[in-house]
Design a protein around this ligand. Sequence first.
Ligand code: ATP
Ligand code: MG
Length: 444
Amino acid sequence: MSTQEPALIQPVTIPRAEHNISRANISENALKVLYRLKNAGYEAYLVGGGVRDLLLGREPKDFDVATSARPEQVEEQFRNCRLIGRRFRLAHVRFGDEIIEVATFRASGAPDNSEEALLAHGETGRILRDNIYGSVAEDAERRDFSVNALYYDIRDFSVQDFVGGLPDLKDGVLRLIGDPKLRYREDPVRMLRAVRFAVKLGFKLHPATEAPIVRLGPLLADIPPARMFEEILKLFMYGFGEQAFEALRHHGLFAQLFPRTEAALAVEEQGFPQTFIAKALANTDSRVQQDLPVTPAFLFAALLWEPVRRMARELEAQGVHPSDALRRASDEIVSEQVQRVALPRRFSTPMTEIFQMQPRFGQRNGKRPQRLLTHPRFRAAYDFLVLRAQAGEAEQELADWWTELQAGNPDAPQPSSSAPRRRRRRRRGGGGGGGGSGAGQEPA
Ligand code: ATP
Ligand code: MG
């Protein structure tokens, strides 16, 4: 069983009686798509995370379909269908909020996401090929991990395994299909996906899948920042961010995503930045688990705070006024950071406000505190202060003072630590998308 061999072509078929995937657990819309394609004479399978998660007894995030029908043929079958992607076309079949992604079998080619971006660039062995349609067996081989290449066949409800995905699933092993070095060069984002799935599923990376990551990590520098932003959200906003952070650092990938932050972590003084980021991520994780809103503004604030704070301190030492120093430092760190990972303005603006408000918490005289309480970003900034205090970077006494001020002030927002309830949501309408107001993430 060599790990380098590109797969057996004979599938192992697991009949319905021998696996646990029930149609009752598959989205009705995905079933509609599968049956419609089958009835029109095409092959149609459920594939990817949906099959993997159902086999593991987990609830899938979404359902992907693979079919022998060409994109135009898929389009003919559905009124609610849109073809996306210019060179590699996928069909999106929409049912209200739910989109079922339908991909035609491909012999070899780009990943499902951002082929455009991949095709547009393309040095160093990255995929540049055009559409090459193929059989289901070929489709299996161009997928990333063996556990992501299991096919649920709507004809007889069996599961088909072309690449040894089932034994890996049983053993809790994440194994890249084919030669890992090659597969990472084709699409370096697979390194981030490896870490994400390992953490999310509690799987081990197969040694051959793990080994090249440390050396190939720098290839991530070529990935378009917008795609990186999407990947960062998948790593940090789905309830396992703290572990993802540790794992990314372990594999040397965090430095590729947040180089300035990694540099600050490397010279950390009293363990503060490490603790701070871990606590911020743990806070986000627990909010996700409680179905409370979370926002990238708070996440990025936590991830970038240490380099911003350091640069501001240096500027102050050069005689720059403290509030200017913080502003300049955050502008500079952000403009550097967005070359790696995009950060849409609707998140960078509130993030910067969270930064700017930190020194204002120190001003406790006169009317200033009352004014600060009414700031639309107060809540997120206060939650941020609490985290800083927990990590030992800000005074606990200061955080407590603000907690008490709010408790004694009927108009103030409830501190999230003492108020799991969410009353009076969003009085000041709008707010930048994605729960852009608080972050500590609670609507102000
Ligand atoms: P999730 O639970 O995050 O949705 P997923 O496995 O479904 O996990 P998707 O990003 O939705 O991941 O992709 C669906 C499937 O498409 C994957 O399971 C995999 O088979 C294939 N795929 C996605 N991205 C890539 C890639 N970069 N390279 C190769 N195959 C990929
Ligand atoms: Mg998916």
